[in-house]
Design a protein around this ligand. Structure first.
Ligand code: HMG
Ligand code: MG
Length: 301
C-alpha cells in the first residue's frame, strides 16, 4: 500500500463510453474533432467508437465514419468495442488498431447489455480473440459490474476474479475492471482487487470507474496503492451505459490528471490542451464539464 507507481497510462474512453449515452445526436465531425484533440493533448490510448448493433446503441452507428475521418497520430492506439465476430470484422474494415470485448461479472447485466449469459458471451468472444490474434491485433477485456450491479446489487469479488481470469486466459492482454454504476467505495475496491489479484497480476489490470456517487478518485487512489497503472477516464466526465440505468459519467480525465500531477505520477498528458478539449466538447454539448478540476481551472484562466 501507498507504493504509488511513477507512471500511469490513461485510457481515454470519452468518444465511446462518453458519447454512447448522449440523448441528442452528436455529429460525426464533432466526434472526429474530439478524438483528434484528445490525441493532441497527449492521450495515447483513445477508445474511438464501438461496433455494436445500431438498434441497441444508435449513438455509435457512425463509428466507421469516425475512424475513417480522423487524422491519425502514429503514437496513438485507436481502439473499438466489438461484442462479436461481426463487430470485429467491421472494426478491422474501419482500421481499428485494437479491439475490446466486454463481459460482466453479473448474469443479469450481461443479459441486458449484450443479450446473453456470461457463459454464452465467452463463446461469442472466442472467435473475436481467434480472429484478432490471427490479425496480430491486441484484445482488451472489460468486466462490468465489478463493484455492484444495477439489477442484482452485490457482486462477490470471487465472481469478478473468476470472469476476469477466464477472459485473460482466452487471450486478452489486459482486463479493465468496470464499476459500471459507480457504487464502489475504497474498501470495497480493495477487497475486489485483492480477490482479482490472486488470479491476475496488477500489470495486466486496468480500472474503469464511473463517478455516480463521487467515489471514483478515492477508489482510484486505492487502486494505485494496489499497483494498478492503467486508468480509464473520459474527458469532461462524459459517459454512462445505456443498459445501466442511473449510471453517470466516467471519472473525468481532468480530475484524474489533476490528482496524478499532484502526486508526481507521470502520464504524458498536457492539462492545458486537455482543458481546451474539455471546453470544446462541453460547449458543443451545451453543458459544463462534469469535472471539478476542469471547472476550477477554466474559471481561473
Ligand atoms: P442480439 O440481438 O442478441 O444479436 O444482440 P444478434 O446476433 O441476434 O443480431 C441482431 C441484429 O444486430 C442483426 O441485425 C445483426 O446483424 C445485428 P438484423 O438482422 O436484426 O438487421 N448485429 C450487429 N450490427 C452491427 N454490429 C454488430 C452486430 N452484431 C449483431 N457487432 C449484441 C447482441 C451484442 C449485438 C447487442 O446486444 C449489442 O449490440 N449490445 C451492445 C450494447 C452496448 O454497446 N453497451 C454499451 C457498451 S458496454 C459498457 O458501456 C460498459 C463498459 O464501459 C465498462 C463498464 O462501465 O462497466 C465497457
Ligand atoms: Mg463504462
Amino acid at each position: 500500500m501507498n507504493n504509488f507507481p511513477e507512471q500511469v497510462t490513461l485510457v481515454e474512453v470519452g468518444p465511446r463510453d462518453g458519447l454512447q449515452n448522449e440523448k441528442h445526436p452528436v455529429t460525426t465531425q464533432t466526434k472526429i474533432e474530439l478524438v483528434e484533440r484528445l490525441a493532441e493533448a497527449g492521450l495515447t490510448k483513445i477508445e474511438t467508437g464501438s461496433f455494436v448493433s445500431p438498434k441497441w446503441v444508435p449513438q455509435m452507428a457512425d463509428s466507421g465514419d469516425v475512424f475513417a475521418g480522423i487524422q491519425r497520430n502514429p503514437v496513438v492506439t485507436y481502439s473499438a468495442l466489438t461484442p462479436n465476430h461481426k463487430g470485429f470484422e467491421l472494426a478491422m474494415a474501419a482500421g481499428a488498431d485494437e479491439v475490446a470485448i466486454f463481459g460482466a461479472a453479473s448474469q443479469s447485466f450481461s443479459q441486458k447489455n449484450i443479450n446473453c449469459s456470461i457463459e454464452e458471451s465467452l463463446e461469442r468472444f472466442a472467435p473475436v480473440l481467434d480472429a484478432a490474434l490471427a490479425h496480430g491485433k491486441r484484445v482488451r477485456g472489460y468486466v462490468s459490474c465489478v463493484l455492484g450491479c444495477p439489477y442484482e446489487g452485490y457482486i462477490a469479488p470471487e465472481q469478478v476474479a473468476r470472469v476476469s481470469k477466464l477472459m485473460l486466459d482466452m487471450g486478452c492482454y489486459e482486463i479493465s475492471l468496470g464499476d459500471t454504476i459507480g457504487t464502489g467505495t475504497p474498501v470495497k475496491t480493495r477487497a475486489m482487487l485483492d480477490a482479482v489479484m490472486t488470479q491476475i497480476p496488477a500489470s495486466r489490470l486496468a480500472v474503469h470507474f464511473h463517478d455516480t456517487y463521487g467515489q471514483a478518485l478515492a477508489n482510484l487512489t486505492m487502486a494505485l496503492g494496489c499497483g494498478i497503472q492503467v486508468i480509464d477516464s473520459a474527458v469532461a466526465g462524459l459517459g454512462g451505459c445505456p443498459y445501466a440505468k442511473g449510471a453517470s459519467g466516467n471519472v473525468a480525465t481532468e480530475d484524474v490528471l489533476y490528482m496524478l500531477d499532484g502526486m508526481g505520477i507521470r502520464t504524458g498528458v498536457n492539462m492545458d490542451r486537455l482543458l481546451d478539449t474539455s471546453r470544446f466538447i462541453s460547449q458543443t454539448l451545451g453543458r459544463p464539464p462534469v469535472s471539478k478540476a476542469a471547472n476550477a481551472l477554466l474559471a481561473a484562466r
